[in-house]
Design a protein around this ligand. Structure first.
Ligand code: G
Ligand code: G
Ligand code: MN
Ligand code: NA
Length: 254
């Protein structure tokens, strides 16, 4: 209950902040964008990580309001970068199941893009299989509207949830993110490797891009490159960074 009260204040008091973890394009070797990850600068507690509070946001329904703040903050940041030496950055934002089900995502996204004058193709939404599958017909409608705006959609933690392959083909999506669970032992565990390679192959057959999450070592990276994964994200390249540090990284790489 304390946590809930504190979280209600957090949005109002501007205590939330987005960090950015680089994604690297394996063809060019350059930073291709970032995943926005929420941080809470809780007075008296230092930095609080989403694992400790996203569940409470979901359970209390606060995730809808917070999620709208996140979308707005991401667009504001994209606009700031566009007007600076950093330039165009593709930013992916996590959307919680309840936010997808209960929020008016299309409206919030359209308004945030317009408010900040951001080209839609620079914004990507990461949704889990669970969020997408709970009402598949509505999902198709929402994703179709988002695609009309020009926003990109990725399925997050792919392979850990339950997706109907038939729907995968019907959902207008752009990208699959291979869950860290299959990447962790990709070099040593043939079963994990088989799943990761099947995801890459299926994604490409469906004309989707594929990103591997949680890449921590060079052998994992080389393995994924050899097997034509499009992008990687993970501690091997960088932890999530403050907006300022991410901007510096991009400028240094130009
Ligand atoms: O950044 P960290 O490693 O602590 O993230 C832990 C979890 O919190 C991840 O599953 C991530 O998807 C989730 N998360 C991080 N930022 C956001 C956010 O802005 N919105 C939602 N819904 N989940 C987030
Ligand atoms: O659920 P989602 O995929 O949105 O969350 C991404 C989470 O993965 C974040 O909490 C982020 O901090 C974490 N993460 C990113 N890169 C790595 C990595 O290389 N290793 C590990 N263990 N976690 C990572
Ligand atoms: Mn994610
Ligand atoms: Na993930």
């Amino acid at each position: 209950l304390d946590l809930e009260m504190a979280l209600r204040r957090a949005v109002e008091q501007d205590e939330l902040e987005l960090f950015f973890q680089p994604k690297v394009n394996l063809l060019t070797g350059r930073v291709s964008g970032a995943e926005a990850l929420l941080r809470w600068n809780r007075p008296g507690h230092g930095t609080v990580y989403p694992a400790e509070f996203v569940g409470v946001l979901e359970d209390t329904g606060l995730i809808v309001r917070t999620g709208n703040w996140i979308i707005d903050a991401a667009c504001r940041r994209i606009a700031e970068w566009l007007a600076s030496p950093v330039g165009a950055v593709h930013v992916a934002v996590n959307v919680a199941s309840r936010q997808f089900a209960e929020g008016d995502l299309e409206k919030e996204v359209a308004e945030a893009l317009q408010r900040h004058g951001v080209p839609a193709e620079l914004l990507e939404l990461e949704l889990t299989e669970t969020a997408l599958m709970s009402n598949a017909e509505r999902t198709i409608e929402v994703l179709t509207n988002l695609r009309e705006l020009g926003v990109k959609v990725a399925i997050d933690d792919f392979g850990t949830g339950y997706s109907s392959l038939a729907y995968l083909q019907r959902f207008p999506i752009d990208k699959l993110k291979i869950d860290i669970a299959f990447v962790r032992n990709i070099v040593t565990n043939p079963n994990d490797a088989a799943i990761a390679l099947a995801i890459i192959s299926m994604a490409h057959s469906l004309k989707l891009r594929v990103v591997a999450e949680g890449v921590e070592t060079r052998p994992q990276l080389e393995y994924l490159r050899r097997h034509r994964c499009d992008e990687v994200q993970g501690f091997y390249f960088s932890r999530p960074l403050s907006a300022a540090a991410f901007g510096e990284l991009v400028v240094a790489g130009k």
